[in-house]
Design a protein around this ligand. Structure first.
Ligand code: HEC
Length: 270
């Protein structure tokens, strides 16, 4: 492969997608003990927690924006939840799309670490190459959705009133992650978030073709972590809509949700 080809390829790839892809590949090879062998081995790969290295569990709990003490671990496999946090927060970038705004500005005490602020702020990186990420996570709205991608809005994947993430059972969740089937909107057609964009047979923004290749064990771990989260409500709702497409923001280029400490609008970095 020539150098020119490589640089053309990398210019064409969206940086975020490239990072997500790379991290997911890393997760497949290093987190999952079972050796890759095609779809058959995905289904058969380890279901117990014995194979989970304690360092992934430890790192998962250490980096979860919601501290372990605030996770609902009752009836759940502790190590599976820890691994799930590792996959969600260190590899899958679920929060990059499903938490909005993801970070709060320095000094905003509604966040996880007000002295850290938003890692994307345009002042140059102050991140260490060896310590944990320094960031003020928007914990009150962690994984509650609301970010728009054109007409499509990221869903709230925290537990709903039934206690299940977006009302999905574990088996529903695995189907969504492997096939892109929009099971939530099939079950709950009256949810206004389902009629925001044009109807599509499969999820359009969710990187499910990448998540498809995670092992059963890893998908179950992600599900266990999502199930352990506190319920959260989104800053930007279907009524607020998507800029240029729907709701109160239909005629605008900006979001319409009310500007508050935990829901800064415009979302940082500004
Ligand atoms: C690139 C942005 C992006 C990333 C990264 C992302 N999602 Fe999504 N996700 C979306 C959007 C947008 C939707 C809804 C609309 C669509 O995709 O068409 C969605 C939908 C979903 C749904 C709902 C499916 C249904 O049937 O209701 C689930 C569950 C979900 N995401 C979980 C996750 C998890 C878990 C991760 C991380 C492993 C993740 N997402 C990462 C953007 C993203």
């Amino acid at each position: 492969m020539s150098a020119t080809f490589v640089s053309l390829r990398s210019r064409n790839l969206d940086a975020k997608c490239a990072r997500l892809f790379a991290l997911t590949i890393i997760a497949i090879f290093f987190v999952s003990k079972p050796v890759w062998g095609g779809p058959q081995s995905l289904a058969e790969s380890g279901t117990g927690s014995n194979a989970i290295s304690s360092s992934y569990v430890q790192q998962g709990f250490d980096i979860s924006p919601i501290p372990e003490s605030q996770l609902n671990l009752k009836g759940k496999n502790h190590d599976l939840v820890g691994l799930g946090s590792y996959l969600v927060n260190a590899a899958g970038d679920c929060s990059g799309c499903h938490t909005f705004p993801q970070f709060l500005p320095p000094g905003d005490s509604a966040g996880s670490n007000p002295s850290a602020g938003d890692p994307f702020r345009p002042t140059g990186s102050s991140q260490s190459t060896s310590a944990q990420l320094s960031a003020n996570f928007n914990v009150a709205h962690y994984l509650a959705g609301g970010q728009c991608f054109g007409p499509f809005m990221a869903r709230n994947i925290t537990p709903d009133s039934t206690g299940l993430p977006e009302g999905l059972t574990e088996s529903d969740f695995i189907t969504v992650m492997r096939t892109g089937e929009d099971i939530h909107c099939e079950k709950d057609t009256s949810d206004p978030i389902c009629s925001l964009g044009p109807h599509t047979p499969v999820l359009q923004v969710m990187p499910w073709p990448t998540y498809h290749s995670l092992t059963d064990r890893d998908l179950k771990a992600i599900y266990a972590y999502l199930s352990a989260l506190p319920h959260a409500d989104p800053c930007n709702t279907p009524a607020d809509g998507c800029p240029g497409f729907s709701g109160a923001a239909a005629e605008s280029t900006s979001y319409a949700y009310p500007n508050t400490n935990d829901c800064p609008n415009p979302a940082p970095p500004q």
